[in-house]
Design a binder for this molecule. Structure first.
Ligand code: ADP
Ligand code: ADP
Length: 233
C-alpha cells in the first residue's frame, strides 16, 4: 500500500542525506512502526509519504514513494487527502475550527461530497472514536487524548486508505495513549486501514505492530523485522 523505492531525502544546505536507502513496503491493512532515536529522520520518512517532503519542507527527494499507486512527489498533499491521512506530533497545531463536529467535517470540504454523505461520515467517525458526547465541545477544552482522537477523526472522514502518524502518543499519559492506540488497532482490524506510525518508545507500542522499521542512526538504511526481531536488536 505504501512503497518506498530506494528513497533518500537531502534537505537544502545539508551536506549529506538525512535519510537514505529507504526501500520497503507497508502491506495493506498492517500497522507498521517506524522507530529510532530522536533526530534520526522518522518525520522525514513520514513526510515523504504524506507529500509534505519535499513540497513544504524543501530539499530533494530521490527514488520514489507511492501510496496506493500514487506518486507523492507528483501529487500535492491536498490531492492525497482521500488516500493518506496525516496526523502530526502536536494535535493543537492541526486544528482549524472550533468544535469537534466542525473539525471532523472540515477535512471533507474539498472532496465535493453531498451534504448527507458528509453528515453520515461525521456521525460514523464520532462513534468510531468515542467522541459522540463531545461533538459540540470547543476542542481547546478537551484533554490531550481527546484532542488526539479528534485530530485522527479529522483525517479519517475523507476515508483514507492509509494513516500516517508522527508519535501520536508522545504527549499523552499512559491511559490516554492506550485509548489512542486502541483506536488505531480498531481502524486496522475493522476497516483494513494501513497505518505507518513513528515512535521513539518502542516498548509502549510494539504489541500493536505487525512489522517494525528501525532507523538505527542518521543516514543509515532502515532495518526491517518483526516486533520480536527488533526488540532483540
Ligand atoms: P525524527 O522525526 O526522527 O526526530 P526528523 O526527520 O524530524 O527526525 O529530522 C531528521 C534531521 O533532519 C534532523 O537533523 C533535522 O534537524 C533535519 N530536518 C528536519 N526537517 C528539516 C527541514 N525542513 N529542513 C532542514 N532540515 C530538517
Ligand atoms: P459514504 O461515501 O456514503 O460514506 P462509503 O461506502 O464510502 O459511503 O462509506 C461507508 C462505509 O465506510 C461503511 O461501511 C463504513 O464501515 C466504512 N468506513 C467507515 N469509516 C471508514 C474509514 N475511515 N475508512 C474507510 N472506510 C470507512
Amino acid at each position: 500500500m505504501i512503497r518506498f523505492e530506494n528513497v533518500s531525502v537531502t534537505y537544502d544546505g545539508a551536506a549529506e542525506a538525512t535519510v537514505q536507502g529507504v526501500d520497503f513496503e507497508v502491506p495493506e491493512g498492517e500497522l507498521v512502526l517506524l522507530v529510532g532515536p530522536s533526530g534520526v529522520g522518522k518525520s522525514t520518512v513520514l513526510g515523504a509519504v504524506s507529500g509534505l517532503v519535499p513540497h513544504f519542507t524543501g530539499g530533494t527527494l530521490r527514488g520514489r514513494v507511492t501510496v496506493a499507486g500514487r506518486d507523492t512527489r507528483t501529487h500535492k498533499p491536498r490531492e492525497l487527502a482521500d488516500v493518506v491521512g496525516t496526523v502530526g506530533q502536536d494535535p493543537l497545531s492541526h486544528f482549524v475550527t472550533d468544535t469537534v463536529e466542525d473539525e471532523l467535517a472540515y477535512g471533507m470540504e474539498s472532496l465535493g461530497l453531498a451534504p448527507d454523505v458528509m453528515r453520515r461520515r461525521v456521525e460514523e467517525t464520532l462513534d468510531l472514536l468515542g467522541l459522540a458526547d463531545l461533538r459540540d465541545r470547543p476542542i481547546s477544552t478537551l484533554s490531550g487524548g481527546q484532542q488526539q482522537r479528534v485530530a485522527i477523526g479529522s483525517v479519517l472522514t475523507p476515508h483514507p486508505r492509509v494513516l500516517v502518524l508522527d508519535e501520536p502518543t508522545s504527549a499523552l499519559d499512559p491511559a490516554a495513549a492506550e485509548e489512542v492506540l486502541a483506536v488505531l488497532q480498531r481502524l486496522v482490524h475493522d476497516l483494513g486501514t494501513t497505518v505507518l506510525m513513528a515512535e521513539h518508545r518502542l516498548e509502549r507500542v510494539v504489541q500493536y505492530a505487525d512489522q517494525v522499521a528501525l532507523l538505527p542512526s542518521p543516514g543509515a538504511a532502515p532495518v526491517l523485522g518483526t516486533p520480536a526481531d527488533i526488540m532483540a536488536v
